[in-house]
Design a protein around this ligand. Structure first.
Ligand SMILES: Nc1ncnc2c1ncn2[C@@H]1O[C@H](COP(=O)(O)OP(=O)(O)OP(=O)(O)O)[C@@H](O)[C@H]1O
Length: 255
């Protein structure tokens, strides 16, 4: 069953910047997909479009069979609850301990306090951070803080986890632990869309990899590796084509 479908989706920001250009792909329920590309290639844009955090400019996005443009604005917050989102910009609140930070994500779901407490305890145990429950963010290691951010995304029991750079600023051991954890969550049935800069980890994981260059999907392969060569070849071709178009417009190519 198709969980996410993008059909000719583009995102053009208010200042004219292109975030994503004519992207088409589908993600199956329970799939694990990496999104890779150089800085500014459109990874975060794609993730934010998937999780209905901003509107697309063109094309059609369908999640769980629901076309995002058909959802009334007032119903979007409820719709977004099927996504767990982990991204750098959503930092931990410094004045709340770990349990508080994770619990906060559940308050909007309006569940009874006892249920929230049980679910938070369970999530901390799953992610191996029970021992940090009473610690504050500035008392956590990088790896622990990343797990708390993941716990905050996971605690609402999402169908889809959308994760931007899960291993940013982590040492190799903590990065590997994080990837294993994501793999484990995926095995439990959660659909995963993960943007990553980590060449080594993406290659080792052998998952589906969507590669972006300047907002364009240039490769989409199963059991794939992070190939900077594919990016470079495409970037060179694109620059060459743009030069040709420009020179044609100006009256023909020079010798
Ligand atoms: N809010 C915004 N307003 C205008 N342009 C934006 C905005 N957000 C992103 N962009 C532009 O869209 C393009 C894609 O940016 P995006 O953040 O999606 O890339 P990225 O691959 O996630 O980069 P990074 O790896 O550095 O996080 C870039 O050219 C960027 O400048």
């Amino acid at each position: 069953m198709k969980e996410i479908v993008f059909e000719n989706v583009s995102k053009i920001y208010d200042n004219g910047g292109i975030g994503l250009e004519n992207a088409s792909f589908a993600v199956e329920k329970g799939e694990f997909v990496f999104v890779v590309g150089k800085s500014g290639s459109g990874k975060s844009t794609l993730l934010r479009l998937v999780s209905a955090q901003m509107p697309k400019s063109e094309g059609t996005i369908t999640v769980g069979g629901v076309c995002l443009s058909a959802i009334p604005k007032g119903k979007l917050p409820l719709f977004r609850r099927q996504f767990g989102i982990m991204e750098r910009e959503l930092g931990l609140l410094p004045d709340l301990d770990v349990r508080g930070n994770i619990s906060l994500a559940m308050y909007a779901t309006e569940q009874p306090f006892s249920r929230i407490k049980k679910r938070v305890t369970q999530t901390m145990a799953t992610l191996g951070i029970s021992h940090c429950a009473k610690q504050y963010p500035n008392q956590l290691s990088g790896g622990e803080a990343a797990r708390v951010m993941l716990a905050r995304a996971l605690v609402i029991n999402p169908r889809i986890l959308v994760i931007d750079e899960p291993t940013a600023n982590l040492d190799p051991d903590a990065s590997w632990d994080m990837m294993c954890l994501l793999n484990e969550l995926n095995r439990m049935g959660v659909t995963m869309i993960v943007a990553s800069h980590s060449r080594e980890l993406v290659t080792i994981m052998k998952k589906r990899v969507i590669t972006l260059v300047s907002g364009v999907v240039v490769a989409d392969e199963k059991n794939s590796i992070y190939s900077s060569k594919a990016m470079d070849v495409f970037a060179e071709k694109r620059v060459y084509n743009e030069r040709r178009q420009y020179q044609n417009l100006r009256g023909g190519l020079p010798n």
